[in-house]
Structure formats: structure tokens, C-alpha cells
Design a protein around this ligand. Structure first.
Ligand SMILES: [Zn+2]
Ligand SMILES: [Zn+2]
Length: 156
């Protein structure tokens, strides 16, 4: 079960006031890390890939993600609001060979291969991978429209 509000509204109404976070961008907040108490060291943002929120401590070394998760819950924020510390699909460290074989036979445009390989290698979403590659928007669009047939072939 998760909170009825969309993550962005939930962050603004249910989480930021409790942790006294300041909104820095839509869907992003910053404030005191509940673990190290470092001012403005915590950043919280709405998540992707099955994660409702992503939290990061910017101290060096950073506070462990799991410790921050627990500390946030200890302040009284509901786990239904914060969501789990892991995505729904935790990806394995290695890529099954069958995925590579499927890729070889998929006859994708080069840009789609580039995108897919970076997604697999660094466990990124298509959008994150495109941003890292500095892929122009039209190329990205062509690549992602070619990718769904890959997704169907994927075994997880
Ligand atoms: Zn910290
Ligand atoms: Zn909520």
C-alpha cells in the first residue's frame, strides 16, 4: 500500500513538513540529513523504476541509504508515503547472455543499441541513458520507439 497522493504532492504535504525540507525544484527537496544532522546535506526527490522517492546524503562519506530510510521513518513519516528503499525489480549485477543474443538479432538502429547498452550497463532508464550520452531528442525518440520489441523478448 502506498499513500493516496502522487509522490510529488505527498513529498510536499506529508514528508517535507515533517523533515523541514525546502523545495528546490518541483519534486525535489533539500534539508538536514536525519542521520548525520548535516545541514542541507539531505536531498529527497521523487523516484523512478518502482521507487517512490530517492534520498541522498551529500556529506562525504555519505550516510548509507538504508540508514537514511530508517531515520526518516523514525521522524514519523509513514512508510506508505516514503515507499521502499528498493525498486520493484532489483536488477542482478550481470546481464544474462540471452539478453545480449536478443539484442544482436533485434536489428535496432545504432542509437537504440547505444541507449540499450548503457541502460543495461549502468542500470539506467532510457531517459537517463540518453541524457548521459547527450543524445539529441529526435534520436532518443527514434531509439526508444525501437526498444519496446526488445522489452517483450526480455526474460527477467
Ligand atoms: Zn547524512
Ligand atoms: Zn503521503
Amino acid at each position: 500500500m502506498s499513500c493516496v497522493l502522487l509522490a510529488e504532492d505527498c513529498g510536499a504535504d506529508h514528508i517535507a513538513p515533517v523533515l523541514r525540507l525546502r523545495c528546490t525544484h518541483p519534486g525535489q527537496w533539500s534539508g538536514t540529513c536525519p542521520v548525520c544532522q548535516g545541514e542541507r546535506k539531505l536531498s529527497l526527490a521523487t523516484g523512478t523504476n518502482g521507487r517512490r522517492f530517492i534520498w541522498t546524503c551529500h556529506r562525504r562519506p555519505a550516510c548509507p541509504s538504508a540508514a537514511i530510510h530508517e531515520a526518516i521513518l523514525a521522524t514519523g513519516v509513514s512508510s506508505e508515503c516514503l515507499g521502499s528503499a528498493r525498486g520493484k525489480h532489483r536488477k542482478p549485477e550481470s546481464v544474462p547472455r540471452s539478453v545480449l543474443t536478443d539484442l544482436a538479432y533485434a536489428k535496432l538502429p545504432a542509437s537504440a543499441y547505444q541507449l540499450r547498452l548503457l541502460m543495461l550497463g549502468e542500470d539506467l532508464t532510457a531517459q537517463e541513458a540518453a541524457a548521459k550520452l547527450g543524445m539529441p531528442e529526435r534520436t532518443y525518440y527514434r531509439a526508444v520507439t525501437a526498444l519496446p520489441k526488445m522489452a517483450e523478448n526480455r526474460r527477467s
